[in-house]
Design a protein around this ligand. Structure first.
Ligand code: UD1
Length: 416
Protein backbone atom coordinates (compact mmCIF):
# COMPACT_ATOMS: atom_id res chain seq x y z
CA UNK A 1 0.00 0.00 0.00
CA UNK A 2 1.33 3.42 -0.93
CA UNK A 3 2.05 5.97 1.78
CA UNK A 4 3.39 9.49 2.10
CA UNK A 5 6.44 10.10 4.24
CA UNK A 6 6.60 13.69 5.40
CA UNK A 7 9.49 15.22 7.30
CA UNK A 8 9.41 18.55 9.10
CA UNK A 9 9.79 21.22 6.46
CA UNK A 10 10.94 24.81 6.43
CA UNK A 11 8.83 27.67 5.09
CA UNK A 12 7.31 26.71 1.71
CA UNK A 13 8.40 29.00 -1.10
CA UNK A 14 7.56 29.26 -4.77
CA UNK A 15 4.63 29.08 -7.12
CA UNK A 16 1.95 26.44 -7.51
CA UNK A 17 -0.78 26.09 -10.14
CA UNK A 18 -4.21 24.97 -8.95
CA UNK A 19 -6.15 22.34 -10.90
CA UNK A 20 -9.71 22.34 -12.17
CA UNK A 21 -12.23 21.66 -9.40
CA UNK A 22 -13.09 18.05 -8.58
CA UNK A 23 -16.50 19.08 -7.30
CA UNK A 24 -17.27 20.90 -10.55
CA UNK A 25 -16.08 18.32 -12.99
CA UNK A 26 -18.00 15.41 -11.43
CA UNK A 27 -21.50 16.95 -11.82
CA UNK A 28 -20.55 18.41 -15.20
CA UNK A 29 -19.49 14.98 -16.49
CA UNK A 30 -22.86 13.66 -15.25
CA UNK A 31 -24.63 16.59 -16.99
CA UNK A 32 -23.00 15.69 -20.30
CA UNK A 33 -25.39 12.70 -20.27
CA UNK A 34 -28.24 15.17 -20.91
CA UNK A 35 -27.23 15.27 -24.56
CA UNK A 36 -26.36 12.76 -27.26
CA UNK A 37 -23.72 15.18 -28.48
CA UNK A 38 -20.01 15.62 -28.10
CA UNK A 39 -18.70 17.62 -25.14
CA UNK A 40 -15.18 18.77 -24.46
CA UNK A 41 -14.11 19.59 -20.91
CA UNK A 42 -10.92 21.51 -20.32
CA UNK A 43 -8.76 21.70 -17.22
CA UNK A 44 -10.01 18.38 -15.90
CA UNK A 45 -7.95 17.08 -12.96
CA UNK A 46 -6.66 13.50 -13.35
CA UNK A 47 -8.07 12.22 -10.06
CA UNK A 48 -9.30 8.88 -8.85
CA UNK A 49 -12.85 10.27 -8.43
CA UNK A 50 -12.79 11.55 -12.02
CA UNK A 51 -11.69 8.09 -13.20
CA UNK A 52 -14.61 6.52 -11.31
CA UNK A 53 -17.01 8.94 -13.05
CA UNK A 54 -15.33 8.05 -16.38
CA UNK A 55 -16.02 4.37 -15.74
CA UNK A 56 -19.64 5.17 -14.90
CA UNK A 57 -20.11 7.19 -18.10
CA UNK A 58 -18.50 4.40 -20.12
CA UNK A 59 -20.89 1.99 -18.48
CA UNK A 60 -23.75 4.03 -19.97
CA UNK A 61 -22.02 3.92 -23.37
CA UNK A 62 -20.08 7.22 -23.42
CA UNK A 63 -16.85 7.15 -25.39
CA UNK A 64 -14.10 9.12 -23.68
CA UNK A 65 -10.79 10.43 -24.87
CA UNK A 66 -8.12 12.21 -22.86
CA UNK A 67 -5.67 14.68 -24.26
CA UNK A 68 -3.57 15.93 -21.38
CA UNK A 69 -6.16 17.73 -19.20
CA UNK A 70 -8.86 17.84 -21.85
CA UNK A 71 -11.55 15.19 -21.71
CA UNK A 72 -13.74 14.59 -24.76
CA UNK A 73 -17.05 12.84 -24.18
CA UNK A 74 -18.96 11.33 -27.08
CA UNK A 75 -22.47 10.47 -25.90
CA UNK A 76 -23.93 9.38 -29.24
CA UNK A 77 -24.28 5.77 -28.07
CA UNK A 78 -25.58 6.08 -24.51
CA UNK A 79 -28.49 4.08 -23.11
CA UNK A 80 -29.78 3.73 -19.56
CA UNK A 81 -28.45 0.74 -17.63
CA UNK A 82 -28.59 -0.05 -13.90
CA UNK A 83 -25.64 1.73 -12.28
CA UNK A 84 -23.89 -1.03 -10.31
CA UNK A 85 -22.95 -1.01 -6.65
CA UNK A 86 -19.36 -1.67 -7.59
CA UNK A 87 -19.06 1.85 -9.06
CA UNK A 88 -21.56 3.71 -6.87
CA UNK A 89 -20.03 2.50 -3.59
CA UNK A 90 -16.65 3.92 -4.63
CA UNK A 91 -17.96 7.45 -4.80
CA UNK A 92 -21.14 9.06 -3.51
CA UNK A 93 -21.06 11.60 -6.38
CA UNK A 94 -21.99 8.70 -8.71
CA UNK A 95 -25.51 9.41 -7.58
CA UNK A 96 -25.39 12.59 -9.69
CA UNK A 97 -26.17 10.56 -12.82
CA UNK A 98 -29.68 10.00 -11.48
CA UNK A 99 -31.14 13.38 -12.54
CA UNK A 100 -29.76 13.46 -16.09
CA UNK A 101 -30.50 9.81 -16.93
CA UNK A 102 -34.05 10.04 -15.58
CA UNK A 103 -34.73 13.28 -17.37
CA UNK A 104 -33.35 12.03 -20.68
CA UNK A 105 -34.63 8.43 -20.77
CA UNK A 106 -37.64 8.43 -18.44
CA UNK A 107 -36.20 5.80 -16.12
CA UNK A 108 -33.10 5.20 -14.07
CA UNK A 109 -31.94 2.45 -11.76
CA UNK A 110 -29.01 3.07 -9.49
CA UNK A 111 -27.50 1.23 -6.58
CA UNK A 112 -28.01 2.92 -3.23
CA UNK A 113 -24.81 4.70 -2.21
CA UNK A 114 -22.97 2.63 0.39
CA UNK A 115 -23.99 2.93 4.02
CA UNK A 116 -26.98 5.11 3.31
CA UNK A 117 -30.39 4.69 4.87
CA UNK A 118 -33.22 5.67 2.57
CA UNK A 119 -35.66 8.23 3.92
CA UNK A 120 -33.04 9.98 5.99
CA UNK A 121 -29.82 11.60 4.85
CA UNK A 122 -28.03 11.76 2.59
CA UNK A 123 -30.21 11.39 -0.53
CA UNK A 124 -33.72 12.10 0.75
CA UNK A 125 -33.61 15.65 -0.64
CA UNK A 126 -32.60 14.41 -4.10
CA UNK A 127 -35.48 11.92 -4.09
CA UNK A 128 -38.08 14.33 -2.67
CA UNK A 129 -37.25 16.82 -5.42
CA UNK A 130 -37.48 14.23 -8.19
CA UNK A 131 -40.78 12.96 -6.74
CA UNK A 132 -42.12 16.53 -6.76
CA UNK A 133 -41.34 16.60 -10.48
CA UNK A 134 -43.48 13.52 -10.97
CA UNK A 135 -40.95 10.69 -10.69
CA UNK A 136 -42.26 7.42 -9.35
CA UNK A 137 -39.54 6.18 -7.01
CA UNK A 138 -39.21 2.63 -5.70
CA UNK A 139 -36.58 0.94 -3.65
CA UNK A 140 -35.62 -2.72 -3.54
CA UNK A 141 -32.66 -5.11 -3.49
CA UNK A 142 -30.26 -2.24 -2.79
CA UNK A 143 -31.33 -0.27 -5.85
CA UNK A 144 -33.40 2.86 -6.32
CA UNK A 145 -35.52 3.03 -9.42
CA UNK A 146 -37.17 6.19 -10.69
CA UNK A 147 -39.57 6.45 -13.60
CA UNK A 148 -41.37 9.35 -15.27
CA UNK A 149 -42.55 9.53 -18.88
CA UNK A 150 -41.85 13.22 -18.67
CA UNK A 151 -40.68 15.15 -15.62
CA UNK A 152 -42.79 18.22 -14.94
CA UNK A 153 -41.29 21.39 -13.49
CA UNK A 154 -42.36 22.29 -9.95
CA UNK A 155 -41.45 24.57 -7.03
CA UNK A 156 -39.05 22.66 -4.75
CA UNK A 157 -37.92 23.89 -1.35
CA UNK A 158 -34.80 22.15 -0.02
CA UNK A 159 -34.80 21.67 3.77
CA UNK A 160 -31.03 22.12 3.62
CA UNK A 161 -29.05 23.73 0.76
CA UNK A 162 -27.54 20.41 -0.30
CA UNK A 163 -24.98 20.76 -3.08
CA UNK A 164 -25.65 17.33 -4.58
CA UNK A 165 -29.45 17.65 -4.42
CA UNK A 166 -29.33 21.12 -6.03
CA UNK A 167 -27.16 19.69 -8.83
CA UNK A 168 -29.25 16.58 -9.40
CA UNK A 169 -32.43 18.65 -9.55
CA UNK A 170 -30.98 21.27 -11.92
CA UNK A 171 -29.97 18.44 -14.26
CA UNK A 172 -33.35 16.73 -13.99
CA UNK A 173 -35.14 20.03 -14.62
CA UNK A 174 -33.02 20.92 -17.65
CA UNK A 175 -35.09 18.64 -19.92
CA UNK A 176 -38.34 18.69 -17.90
CA UNK A 177 -41.57 20.24 -19.09
CA UNK A 178 -42.00 23.83 -17.89
CA UNK A 179 -40.31 25.74 -15.11
CA UNK A 180 -38.66 24.28 -11.99
CA UNK A 181 -37.85 26.62 -9.13
CA UNK A 182 -35.41 25.37 -6.49
CA UNK A 183 -35.63 27.37 -3.27
CA UNK A 184 -33.03 27.29 -0.49
CA UNK A 185 -30.67 26.02 -3.19
CA UNK A 186 -26.96 25.59 -2.58
CA UNK A 187 -24.98 28.65 -3.72
CA UNK A 188 -21.55 27.04 -4.20
CA UNK A 189 -19.39 28.19 -7.17
CA UNK A 190 -19.60 24.61 -8.51
CA UNK A 191 -23.38 25.10 -8.94
CA UNK A 192 -22.70 28.16 -11.10
CA UNK A 193 -20.18 26.16 -13.14
CA UNK A 194 -22.76 23.43 -13.71
CA UNK A 195 -25.42 25.99 -14.72
CA UNK A 196 -22.98 27.64 -17.13
CA UNK A 197 -22.23 24.25 -18.68
CA UNK A 198 -25.93 23.43 -19.12
CA UNK A 199 -26.60 26.89 -20.57
CA UNK A 200 -23.74 26.37 -23.06
CA UNK A 201 -25.48 23.12 -24.05
CA UNK A 202 -28.57 25.20 -24.90
CA UNK A 203 -30.30 25.01 -21.50
CA UNK A 204 -32.04 27.74 -19.56
CA UNK A 205 -30.84 27.93 -15.94
CA UNK A 206 -31.09 31.26 -14.11
CA UNK A 207 -30.14 32.34 -10.60
CA UNK A 208 -27.32 29.84 -9.95
CA UNK A 209 -25.17 31.24 -7.15
CA UNK A 210 -28.26 32.55 -5.32
CA UNK A 211 -30.68 30.60 -3.14
CA UNK A 212 -33.37 30.55 -5.84
CA UNK A 213 -32.63 28.81 -9.11
CA UNK A 214 -35.11 28.81 -12.01
CA UNK A 215 -34.78 26.21 -14.72
CA UNK A 216 -36.96 26.37 -17.81
CA UNK A 217 -36.88 22.91 -19.39
CA UNK A 218 -35.89 22.68 -23.06
CA UNK A 219 -36.64 19.97 -25.67
CA UNK A 220 -33.06 18.91 -26.14
CA UNK A 221 -29.50 19.85 -25.33
CA UNK A 222 -26.36 19.57 -27.42
CA UNK A 223 -22.70 19.04 -26.55
CA UNK A 224 -20.39 21.99 -25.89
CA UNK A 225 -16.90 22.98 -24.81
CA UNK A 226 -16.37 24.13 -21.24
CA UNK A 227 -13.43 24.95 -18.97
CA UNK A 228 -13.73 23.75 -15.38
CA UNK A 229 -13.29 26.41 -12.66
CA UNK A 230 -10.23 26.21 -10.38
CA UNK A 231 -10.47 24.04 -7.28
CA UNK A 232 -11.05 26.36 -4.31
CA UNK A 233 -10.39 23.54 -1.82
CA UNK A 234 -7.06 22.60 -3.39
CA UNK A 235 -6.22 26.32 -3.30
CA UNK A 236 -7.25 26.57 0.36
CA UNK A 237 -5.15 23.51 1.20
CA UNK A 238 -2.02 25.08 -0.32
CA UNK A 239 -2.77 28.40 1.38
CA UNK A 240 -2.90 26.54 4.68
CA UNK A 241 0.33 24.67 3.83
CA UNK A 242 2.02 28.05 3.42
CA UNK A 243 0.51 29.22 6.72
CA UNK A 244 1.54 26.18 8.77
CA UNK A 245 5.14 26.32 7.56
CA UNK A 246 5.37 30.12 7.82
CA UNK A 247 6.07 30.19 4.07
CA UNK A 248 5.58 32.60 1.20
CA UNK A 249 3.92 31.16 -1.91
CA UNK A 250 2.00 32.30 -4.97
CA UNK A 251 -1.02 30.34 -6.19
CA UNK A 252 -1.93 30.63 -9.85
CA UNK A 253 -5.22 29.63 -11.50
CA UNK A 254 -7.39 30.75 -8.58
CA UNK A 255 -10.61 32.75 -8.38
CA UNK A 256 -10.08 34.93 -5.36
CA UNK A 257 -13.81 35.43 -4.71
CA UNK A 258 -14.20 31.67 -4.23
CA UNK A 259 -11.63 31.53 -1.45
CA UNK A 260 -12.79 34.56 0.57
CA UNK A 261 -13.88 32.53 3.63
CA UNK A 262 -10.46 30.81 3.85
CA UNK A 263 -8.68 34.08 3.15
CA UNK A 264 -10.64 35.81 5.94
CA UNK A 265 -9.74 33.15 8.53
CA UNK A 266 -6.06 33.02 7.57
CA UNK A 267 -5.90 36.81 7.81
CA UNK A 268 -7.57 36.70 11.19
CA UNK A 269 -4.81 34.32 12.30
CA UNK A 270 -2.19 36.81 11.10
CA UNK A 271 -1.33 35.34 7.69
CA UNK A 272 -1.07 37.79 4.79
CA UNK A 273 -3.10 37.06 1.68
CA UNK A 274 -2.91 39.48 -1.22
CA UNK A 275 -3.77 39.49 -4.89
CA UNK A 276 -0.80 39.62 -7.24
CA UNK A 277 -0.69 39.70 -11.02
CA UNK A 278 -0.50 35.93 -11.44
CA UNK A 279 -2.96 34.98 -8.68
CA UNK A 280 -2.59 35.32 -4.93
CA UNK A 281 0.34 35.49 -2.58
CA UNK A 282 0.09 33.90 0.87
CA UNK A 283 2.80 34.57 3.43
CA UNK A 284 3.56 34.89 7.09
CA UNK A 285 4.74 38.24 8.31
CA UNK A 286 4.39 38.65 12.04
CA UNK A 287 2.88 36.90 15.06
CA UNK A 288 -0.10 34.56 14.83
CA UNK A 289 -3.42 34.60 16.72
CA UNK A 290 -5.96 31.97 17.67
CA UNK A 291 -9.09 31.46 15.59
CA UNK A 292 -12.71 30.44 15.93
CA UNK A 293 -14.67 29.23 12.96
CA UNK A 294 -17.93 27.59 12.03
CA UNK A 295 -18.46 25.60 8.84
CA UNK A 296 -21.48 26.63 6.80
CA UNK A 297 -22.85 26.26 3.29
CA UNK A 298 -21.24 28.68 0.80
CA UNK A 299 -20.41 31.54 1.19
CA UNK A 300 -19.67 30.36 4.74
CA UNK A 301 -16.47 28.58 5.68
CA UNK A 302 -16.27 25.31 3.68
CA UNK A 303 -16.51 22.05 5.60
CA UNK A 304 -14.00 20.65 3.07
CA UNK A 305 -11.36 22.99 4.56
CA UNK A 306 -12.19 22.25 8.19
CA UNK A 307 -9.65 19.43 8.78
CA UNK A 308 -6.76 21.33 7.11
CA UNK A 309 -7.60 24.47 9.11
CA UNK A 310 -7.71 22.37 12.27
CA UNK A 311 -4.16 21.17 11.58
CA UNK A 312 -3.09 24.82 11.34
CA UNK A 313 -4.99 25.76 14.53
CA UNK A 314 -3.03 23.07 16.40
CA UNK A 315 0.03 25.28 15.85
CA UNK A 316 -1.51 28.61 16.97
CA UNK A 317 -0.65 29.99 20.43
CA UNK A 318 -3.73 29.56 22.65
CA UNK A 319 -7.19 28.06 22.31
CA UNK A 320 -9.08 27.93 19.02
CA UNK A 321 -12.47 26.45 18.26
CA UNK A 322 -14.19 24.86 15.28
CA UNK A 323 -17.93 24.21 15.06
CA UNK A 324 -18.94 21.82 12.28
CA UNK A 325 -22.51 22.45 11.18
CA UNK A 326 -22.61 20.84 7.72
CA UNK A 327 -21.78 17.20 8.48
CA UNK A 328 -22.71 15.37 11.65
CA UNK A 329 -19.58 13.35 12.03
CA UNK A 330 -16.62 15.10 10.51
CA UNK A 331 -14.02 14.94 13.25
CA UNK A 332 -12.41 11.64 12.33
CA UNK A 333 -9.07 13.38 11.81
CA UNK A 334 -9.01 14.49 15.46
CA UNK A 335 -7.78 11.17 16.81
CA UNK A 336 -5.06 11.05 14.14
CA UNK A 337 -3.95 14.63 14.88
CA UNK A 338 -3.83 13.67 18.55
CA UNK A 339 -1.45 10.85 17.67
CA UNK A 340 0.89 13.61 16.46
CA UNK A 341 0.62 15.35 19.84
CA UNK A 342 -2.26 17.75 19.13
CA UNK A 343 -4.47 18.76 22.07
CA UNK A 344 -8.06 18.69 20.90
CA UNK A 345 -11.28 18.08 22.79
CA UNK A 346 -14.59 17.38 21.10
CA UNK A 347 -17.79 18.70 22.64
CA UNK A 348 -20.80 17.87 20.52
CA UNK A 349 -20.36 19.58 17.18
CA UNK A 350 -17.39 21.63 18.36
CA UNK A 351 -13.69 20.91 18.65
CA UNK A 352 -11.61 22.90 21.10
CA UNK A 353 -8.02 23.08 19.99
CA UNK A 354 -5.21 23.97 22.37
CA UNK A 355 -2.22 25.09 20.32
CA UNK A 356 1.05 23.23 20.96
CA UNK A 357 4.57 24.36 20.25
CA UNK A 358 5.49 21.05 18.75
CA UNK A 359 3.82 18.14 17.04
CA UNK A 360 5.74 14.90 16.82
CA UNK A 361 5.82 12.71 13.75
CA UNK A 362 4.48 9.18 13.86
CA UNK A 363 2.37 6.83 11.75
CA UNK A 364 -1.16 8.08 11.05
CA UNK A 365 -3.85 7.16 8.60
CA UNK A 366 -6.03 9.20 6.27
CA UNK A 367 -9.63 8.46 7.18
CA UNK A 368 -11.04 10.51 4.32
CA UNK A 369 -9.87 12.89 1.62
CA UNK A 370 -9.61 16.16 3.53
CA UNK A 371 -8.61 14.45 6.78
CA UNK A 372 -5.68 13.02 4.82
CA UNK A 373 -4.73 16.48 3.55
CA UNK A 374 -4.81 17.78 7.15
CA UNK A 375 -2.34 15.06 8.19
CA UNK A 376 0.06 16.01 5.41
CA UNK A 377 -0.04 19.62 6.61
CA UNK A 378 0.48 18.58 10.22
CA UNK A 379 3.38 16.39 9.04
CA UNK A 380 5.10 19.43 7.54
CA UNK A 381 5.08 21.05 10.99
CA UNK A 382 5.74 17.97 13.15
CA UNK A 383 9.23 17.15 14.41
CA UNK A 384 10.79 14.14 12.73
CA UNK A 385 8.91 11.98 10.28
CA UNK A 386 5.20 11.42 9.78
CA UNK A 387 3.99 8.46 7.76
CA UNK A 388 0.53 8.91 6.30
CA UNK A 389 -1.17 5.64 5.38
CA UNK A 390 -4.31 4.95 3.31
CA UNK A 391 -3.39 7.72 0.92
CA UNK A 392 -5.84 6.50 -1.72
CA UNK A 393 -8.29 8.81 0.09
CA UNK A 394 -6.00 11.79 -0.58
CA UNK A 395 -5.46 10.82 -4.21
CA UNK A 396 -9.22 10.79 -4.80
CA UNK A 397 -9.09 14.59 -4.69
CA UNK A 398 -5.54 15.92 -5.06
CA UNK A 399 -3.54 15.33 -8.21
CA UNK A 400 0.20 15.01 -7.55
CA UNK A 401 0.00 16.70 -4.16
CA UNK A 402 3.42 15.32 -3.19
CA UNK A 403 5.06 16.70 -6.34
CA UNK A 404 3.43 20.08 -5.86
CA UNK A 405 4.47 20.29 -2.21
CA UNK A 406 8.01 19.17 -3.11
CA UNK A 407 8.22 21.91 -5.73
CA UNK A 408 7.57 24.37 -2.89
CA UNK A 409 10.40 22.87 -0.83
CA UNK A 410 8.46 20.41 1.34
CA UNK A 411 10.08 17.17 2.46
CA UNK A 412 7.57 14.64 1.26
CA UNK A 413 7.82 11.45 -0.70
CA UNK A 414 5.40 8.82 -1.87
CA UNK A 415 6.47 5.23 -1.37
CA UNK A 416 4.76 2.01 -2.36
C1 UD1 B 1 -20.70 18.13 -1.71
C2 UD1 B 1 -19.24 17.98 -2.00
C3 UD1 B 1 -18.48 17.68 -0.71
C4 UD1 B 1 -18.79 18.74 0.34
C5 UD1 B 1 -20.29 18.93 0.52
C6 UD1 B 1 -20.64 20.09 1.44
C7 UD1 B 1 -19.22 17.11 -4.25
C8 UD1 B 1 -18.93 15.97 -5.17
N1 UD1 B 1 -19.04 16.89 -2.94
O1 UD1 B 1 -21.13 16.87 -1.19
O2 UD1 B 1 -17.07 17.69 -1.01
O3 UD1 B 1 -18.23 18.34 1.58
O4 UD1 B 1 -20.91 19.17 -0.75
O5 UD1 B 1 -20.08 21.26 0.99
O6 UD1 B 1 -19.54 18.20 -4.68
N2 UD1 B 1 -28.10 15.98 3.17
C9 UD1 B 1 -29.33 15.46 3.55
N3 UD1 B 1 -30.12 14.92 2.58
C10 UD1 B 1 -29.78 14.89 1.27
C11 UD1 B 1 -28.54 15.45 0.89
C12 UD1 B 1 -27.72 15.98 1.88
O7 UD1 B 1 -29.66 15.46 4.71
O8 UD1 B 1 -30.56 14.41 0.44
C13 UD1 B 1 -27.22 16.54 4.20
C14 UD1 B 1 -25.91 15.77 4.31
O9 UD1 B 1 -26.02 14.65 5.10
C15 UD1 B 1 -24.98 16.80 4.90
C16 UD1 B 1 -25.50 18.09 4.28
O10 UD1 B 1 -26.81 17.83 3.81
O11 UD1 B 1 -25.14 16.86 6.29
C17 UD1 B 1 -24.64 18.60 3.13
O12 UD1 B 1 -24.56 17.62 2.13
P1 UD1 B 1 -24.47 18.00 0.60
O13 UD1 B 1 -24.40 19.47 0.43
O14 UD1 B 1 -25.52 17.26 -0.13
O15 UD1 B 1 -23.06 17.37 0.21
P2 UD1 B 1 -22.70 16.55 -1.09
O16 UD1 B 1 -23.37 17.14 -2.28
O17 UD1 B 1 -22.83 15.10 -0.82
Amino acid sequence: MAKFIVTKSGPLKGKVAINGAKNSVLPIMAASLLSDGFSTLEDVPRLEDVHVMCRLLEYFGSRLKWNNKTLSIDNSQIRPAPAPYDLVRKMRASFLVMGPILSRFGNVKISLPGGCAIGTRPIDLHLKGLAAMGADITLGHGYIEAKADKLIGDRIYLDFPSVGATENLIMAAALAEGMTIIENAAEEPEIIDLANFINSMGGNVKGAGTDTIKIEGVEELSGCTHTIIPDRIEAGTFMTAAAITGGDIILTNVIIDHIRPVEAKLKEAGIQVEPVEEGIRVYKNGPLNTLDLKTLPYPGFPTDMQPQMMAFMCTLPGTSMITETVFENRFMHVSELKRLGARIKIEGRSAIIEGVERLQGTQVKATDLRAGAALLLAGLYAEGTTEVLDIYHIERGYEGIDEKLRSLGANIKRVN
